[in-house]
Design a protein around this ligand. Sequence first.
Ligand SMILES: [Ca+2]
Ligand SMILES: [Ca+2]
Length: 700
Amino acid sequence: MKAVVYYYLLSALLFGIAEVKHPCRTRLQCKESTTDGDTEPGGDTPEPGGLTPKLGGVTHKHGGVTPEPGGVTPKPGGDTPEPAEERGASDSMVTKVHGNGITVSTGSTVSTGSTGTMVPAVTTVPSVTTVPTVPVVPTVLTFPNDLYLSSGECLNKRFTHLSCLKAFCPPWMRCIEGKCTCKLPYMCHKGAPVCSSRDKRTYYSFCQLKAVECLRQISAFSHLGDDCKGDSFETNLREDSVVEVKIPQNGTFLVCEEGWDILAANVVCRHMKNQLKGAKKATTVKFHKIENLRMEWPRDCVSMHCTGQESSLAECTTGPRRQLVKNSKIATAKCYEDTKACSESEFPCVNGKCINVESTCDGINDCGDGSDEMCCKDCRSGFHCTSDVCIPQDAVKDGIVDCLGGEDEIGDNQEGKVLSPIKQEIKIARDKVETLVCGIPNAAPESSPSKQTRRKRVVGGEEAGKTQFPWQVAIQEGESIDCGGVYLGGCWVLTAAHCVQPRPESYKIKFSLWSKLGRQDSTDLARVEKVIIHPQYNPSTYQNDIALLELDKLPFTTKCIHDNPAIAPACLPWSEYQFKPGDTCVISGWGRQADDIKSLNLRWANIEIMGNCSGIYGSRYFDGMECAGSLDGSVDTCQGDSGGPLVCKDAGGVAYAWGIVSWGDKCGAAGHPGVYTKVAYYYEWISSRIGKSSISKYNV
Ligand SMILES: [Ca+2]
Ligand SMILES: [Ca+2]
């Protein structure tokens, strides 16, 4: 029988004992090494050198933990990362659209409007996806005196509303390596017909036209509906920056003061001035002051409400028309033309625009690229997402999940809230596309841990309900179960690299196992077809301690396990910003108890994600690791099988496989929290093997 890999997790926690001592997480290894780490005088932070002998033991026990090349070779077909395939398709699609009459604009059609000539509504605009050339930016952005902006570390990552680690991509884009990237039009659903002002052609849906816009960096939306032959929506910037709109089948209007804000002004300026920075200010002027500038002003105004993400006013929500009187205020847009570097009291947007620091973290996208709202400890106004993003107050309970964890949509939605066309599209697209089901216990008659996880701390773990953790699996090697894993759906199980070797035939995966000693009615068994160990897994340092197990297909099907209400996948986190230190999560496993008695039944406990772990483990703590437990050891997790899940739930109660039990010193001792493989850090690696569509939410 092969070496037994026991991970200590949960124990002090489960039993309130801080006795278990080891630097490692495997049973044999721990037994061998207990003397090592614990006799060390002042061994609170053992040096890497101190760890080596113990890990030498691990290597021995495992007969070679180093992954073999065979085990890590990606599958020839399905494992090819998607983006590469689709770039080719993208090219052919562009050609096709071009053939259908979409003219490639050269940008020469843009007129400033200062001569009073009509400016075509369809002008070439740089798409919001364009990576702006960033002007001179201070090397480290910090605003130590500001109570709202977070530290420079976040700001220096230059997040925008198209950074999908911080926000959801719109339906016509998808998340690739942390950036929202244009979809191909065929990837959009079919919805209400939409007209393009560029070629007067009908598109199947708003999403599809926006995908074309995105790829070609144009602004082409005219209006909804089948009748695309007639008038198109047009925007003009008239004398004195007066904004004028021509609405198909309605006529030409000025824009009323009501609803006119920086979001709308940004849309106008980006569109009309062919730039990314948008407006300097949203201003208004009394009608009588401009009356003489022009003989034939429209005599009515309409209000325009924008979210700030539109590429033209055509996409904003139009209010009812109102007759203008001398004192009526009408909208003007002063477009941003500064090219100088930002002053110290200004916040430099990622697109190069400078805004007042007071305009950051207020839920309003002043920058135009959202970069003023992406790194906020707190919000001046608006709503604060757990991911430290501020969203507008009117995005709260509007039926669309804006915060990564869905916390803006907790509670009853305000039915009948008017949504802009863009928001309606997001809602429709998500409803249609979102079929991924994960992280929801579908058969948990026993007490669900969802409520308990809200508690700050729990000392002492509990025996799990029999089907309480439907994503928990046991990895059986020979006759023994020494590691756990987490089911990701389809044919995939995630575990720790140190748990497995590239010998798939050695393992059986047990689903819905509760007692190690016997199956229960719901228990299912699967064989492993392939073991994929992270190619950079380092058994000496536990770096990249992550592995995927691809299960064997059932005979004559594409499934790997039978339908079973007691089995459900946990969701895969796609962003490191979904959870953060201080969040309470759940660990589950059959790990050894503090008194060295085997735990026969699955147990669980709450633990807290901890920050600053490099301060505890020093050079042994690497990117891709996460600490959880508590510094005083009272809620440390110290027992449980390696490879098992640390699961965190979002505001909607959806469970994510946030961590994989990896290693730790001195279970349950103060100052030695358990270390987990941080799954979100490996999202790209995992998704390139599993396929994005089977694991992603919204951003696909
Ligand atoms: Ca703002
Ligand atoms: Ca919302």
